[in-house]
Design a protein around this ligand. Structure first.
Ligand code: PLP
Length: 470
């Protein structure tokens, strides 16, 4: 039996009471509603898989079965589930002040403190924060600000954006238009004008000796052919997530920074996945010692306990806003921007990350995880590439290691690994034939051992069963 609130009582206008209901009713109640990035017909025909509890790295389903959440939800639950410190901070904030707008020059203490804390941990020169409710919205603001920055300096034609093919920047229209994944745009066209794409270095698949420089040159040529006077910003995912955690070579982002400076193009780092310690540094771009002009954050910023995004901007972009004039009312925000409860969750999350040295832990544990995967999988004929930074890793499976030929999609190899991992009690994410992991930063070595054992077994089983028999 599981508990949920009576819908009939709600419709009658009474305060709903908690009633006992069986799982079937719960699943049925959900069937005609649609879930994000999910096939609607699957929800309708099979129903969703429900989880009832979460504790530490574990999620528990309705049969009482426990799984290691090796993808931290969506990569966001960096402190694991049910962290008492963050929960207490949320409760305390609810008791004290549930909501006050950030509009009309009103403030609240968690948002002021969190903005200051984020500015403190951000690279030099990135000192000004506005909060949003998601990564998509944080990116929307960065696009608006890029145009404002150029326009107020008289560069009114600088309105286009360059983005990386394969990148994901969110679900709202500008963020979707900046996304380099065509299937996410299908049926929603036309995309917004002014988004142009360049390649992201893909070390594993590239045949070039110097793919970082090639892609940087491609960026420069694209800027020049479009006309530098028309390009507002280049938005990057420091490590490209949905595409399978592509990690560019050391020379790429320093070259990108130089090119952006040369043509007065702002560099926007979408740190929604990489930010807050995921990659073993506080921000992903720190691995390349490059400072962007704007940074967007979400996911780990509250460990997923509350919805929150943030856009962190440089002094120069801030000056552009100020330069509009003393009467200028910056016309952007949503009702729940800088929500005190979300910001309290963010503040508590940052405190735990710093108190427990979780950025360093992500670095060390990530290396431990990667080394173990390498020792268990390096001989597997279907393992093409194992890559990772901090507690973010991907294993790319190929049919032929020599030629890097991919499996035919109907072989559903990724799905098979996902299913075997679930059977073994570990939740991973697979996109095509790339298995991706983002374990919580609070994981223990024993929990990482379990993840590696189950996932490596699932992949090694392929060599003896699914692949050879197809
Ligand atoms: N940017 C990146 C790199 C992401 O991975 C995501 C979401 O997965 C987003 C932006 C959008 O964030 P949100 O889903 O919070 O809107």
């Amino acid at each position: 039996m599981v508990c949920f609130r009576s819908i009939s009582k709600l419709v009658n206008g009474e305060i709903p009471e908690v009633v006992e209901a069986d799982l079937e009713s719960l699943v049925n109640a959900d069937r005609s509603h649609f879930h994000p990035n999910t096939a609607a017909h699957i929800i309708e025909s099979q129903g969703a898989k429900f989880f009832l509890k979460g504790e530490g790295v574990y999620l528990e389903d309705t049969d009482g079965r426990k799984y290691v959440d090796a993808y931290s939800g969506m990569g966001n639950v960096i402190l694991g589930h049910g962290h008492p410190y963050v929960i207490q901070a949320i409760k305390d904030q609810l008791d004290q002040l549930c909501y006050v707008p950030a509009f009309f020059a009103y403030g609240n203490s968690p948002s002021a403190l969190l903005a200051q804390s984020l500015a403190d941990v951000s690279p030099n020169g990135l000192n000004h924060v506005q909060f949003a409710n998601s990564g998509s919205e944080a990116n929307e603001l960065s696009f608006k600000l890029a145009r404002l920055h150029h326009t107020v300096r008289g560069k009114t034609e600088k309105i286009k954006f360059i983005s990386q093919r394969g990148a994901y920047h969110g679900a709202t229209y500008a963020a979707m238009s900046a996304g380099g994944i065509p299937s996410y745009q299908q049926h929603f066209g036309p995309m917004m004008d002014g988004f142009i794409f360049v390649d992201m270095p893909d070390i594993y698949h590239s045949t070039s000796e110097n793919v970082g420089a090639d892609c940087a040159v491609d960026l420069e040529q694209t800027i020049c052919s479009e006309g530098p006077e028309t390009i507002a910003a280049f938005i990057i995912e420091p490590i490209m997530g949905v595409a399978g955690h592509l990690i560019p070579p050391p020379n790429y982002y320093p070259m990108v920074r130089e090119i952006c400076d040369r043509y007065d193009v702002l560099l926007i780092a979408d740190e929604v996945v990489c930010g807050v310690g995921r990659t073993g540094k506080f921000f992903g771009l720190e691995h390349w010692s490059v400072v962007p002009d704007m940074m967007t954050l979400a996911k780990g910023i509250t460990s997923g306990y509350q919805p929150l995004g943030a856009t962190v901007i440089s002094d120069a972009v801030w000056e552009s806003i100020l330069s509009v004039g003393t009467d200028y009312v910056f016309p952007h925000g949503t009702t729940t921007s800088a929500h005190p409860v979300c910001c309290a969750a963010g503040l508590a999350t940052l405190e735990v990350v710093q108190r427990d040295n979780l950025v360093q832990r992500s670095h060390e544990l990530g290396k431990y995880m990667l080394d173990d995967f390498e020792s268990r999988l390096s001989e597997n004929p279907y393992v093409g590439d194992i890559r990772g930074l901090g507690l973010l890793a991907s294993i790319e499976l190929v049919e032929d290691r020599e030629t890097k030929r991919k499996f035919a999609s109907d072989r559903a190899i990724g799905r098979k690994v996902y299913n075997s991992s679930m059977q073994g009690g570990v939740i991973v994410r697979t996109a095509k034939d790339i298995v991706s992991l983002r374990p919580p930063l609070i994981s223990t070595e024993a929990e990482i051992d379990k993840i590696v054992e189950v996932v490596a077994n699932a992949i090694n089983e392929l060599a003896t069963s699914d692949v050879t028999t197809t």
